[in-house]
Design a protein around this ligand. Structure first.
Ligand code: 9MR
Length: 371
């Protein structure tokens, strides 16, 4: 993979810029170039996020990372956190039992190291993207428990010191807030969640450990289920550090207006919170009006995160419409990210930047980490 910059010099320059930005509250945004379409300034979102002690991240498609120079450039310029979109999932890591394939994930980790980006690990325990040797293996419950424990140890140990947080358990809930019926629930019982966190903590005591789900952005049965779950985990002394709110929204569904209040109640349990997979889809075709509404959704999500002191990271699930899971999963929908298919920033990009620019920084807490 070709690198795009002399990383040490670039990193040093970025740190100097970030410090300068952190000291001044007025924005150095360069004036509009033509009409409403503003030009981009020389700073990335990451340069504005540092003053809020906020990680701004994206999911990364490793094929695009390997093959597209423009993808690498925007990724390096805009973000200080990355999440592998697929390559740390079980079916990639261990397609054949006992043969571990860390190569694509290692490439991303290496890119992140060279560009001063932290890595959110995704994901250790999930019901989806499991290798077929596992799902078709007819294993006993005890064997499945041993397989899961070994998987968590293998993966977390391999990335120890390189991955700063893990989505340990992904999407464990039904829409009514009860536990989803999965291979793990069947084999280990409801305790699989606590066990997974304990094993991950044993493998890397310094990693921040998250539970992550979708449709928990607003207060309702599913987020109430999540609230009760993490509360009981905390009370039982399970090493859980945070809750990821995925944030897969669509402008046709309306904005979850109570998201700030919702995230705050989790923070009040003594947990970090993160917006972990944000995208805002729309029914195609794209119109200017829809893009404006979409921008407002992104802005309000950022606003909610900045208003919750323990909201430590904001991650978009892909940054360009050229590489987004949305059109493949929702027929007739798309345009969910902040850059268009030609890597041109959309109103949503400027909305995030404005929100980060116009607000003063948050006080730094002990549990936050900067570069
Ligand atoms: O974006 C991912 C897509 O490329 C994969 O095909 C899909 C497989 O299930 O997973 C997508 O990412 C999901 C993430 O891992 C968990 N939350 C929902 C995301 C979108 O489906």
């Amino acid at each position: 993979m070709k690198d795009i910059s002399n990383s040490k010099a670039a990193l040093a320059l970025r740190i100097i810029l970030a410090v300068l930005l952190g000291l001044t509250f007025s924005s150095p945004v360069v004036a509009a170039s033509n009409g409403d379409a503003r030009g981009q300034d020389q700073f990335g979102l990451r340069d504005y996020a540092v003053r809020h002690v906020l990680r701004i991240g994206t999911a990364v498609d490793v094929n695009a990372l390997q093959n597209e120079e423009q993808y690498r450039q925007v990724l390096a310029r805009e973000f200080n956190s990355v999440t592998p979109e697929n390559v740390m999932k079980w079916d990639t890591i261990e397609p054949v039992r006992g043969q571990l394939n860390f190569e694509p994930a290692d490439q991303l980790v290496d890119f992140a190291r060279r560009h001063g980006q932290m890595v959110r690990g995704h994901t250790l325990v999930w019901h989806s993207q499991l290798p077929s040797w596992l799902t078709n293996g007819n294993f006993t419950n005890q064997e499945l428990e041993e397989i899961l424990r070994q998987h968590i140890y293998d993966v977390v140990r391999h990335f120890k010191g390189k991955v700063y947080s893990w989505d340990v358990v992904n999407e464990p809930l039904n829409e009514d807030g009860t536990l989803r019926d999965t291979i793990w629930l069947r084999a280990l019982g409801p305790d699989y969640i606590a066990k997974a966190f304990r094993w991950a903590h044993e493998a890397d005591p310094h990693a921040k450990l998250y539970i992550n789900d979708y449709n928990i952005e607003w207060i309702g049965p599913k987020s109430n289920g999540m609230y009760e779950l993490v509360k009981s985990l905390k009370e039982a002394g399970v090493p859980i550090d945070g809750v990821g709110f995925q944030g897969h929204l669509g402008i046709q569904y309306g904005f979850p207006g109570d998201i700030q209040q919702n995230m705050q109640r989790f923070a009040d349990l003594g947990l970090d919170v993160a917006l972990s997979e944000v995208d805002v889809r729309m029914i195609l075709p794209v119109t200017q009006e829809k893009l404006t509404t979409q921008a407002e959704y992104y802005r309000r999500l950022m606003d909610a995160c900045l208003n919750v002191r323990r909201c430590v990271s904001f991650t978009v699930w892909g940054f360009t419409d050229a590489h987004s899971w949305v059109p493949g999963f929702f027929q007739g929908q798309g345009a969910a990210t902040i850059f268009d298919e030609n890597y041109q920033p959309k109103p949503a990009y400027f909305a995030l930047k404005d929100e980060l620019t116009e607000r003063s920084g948050r006080p730094q807490g002990k549990h936050y980490r900067t570069e």
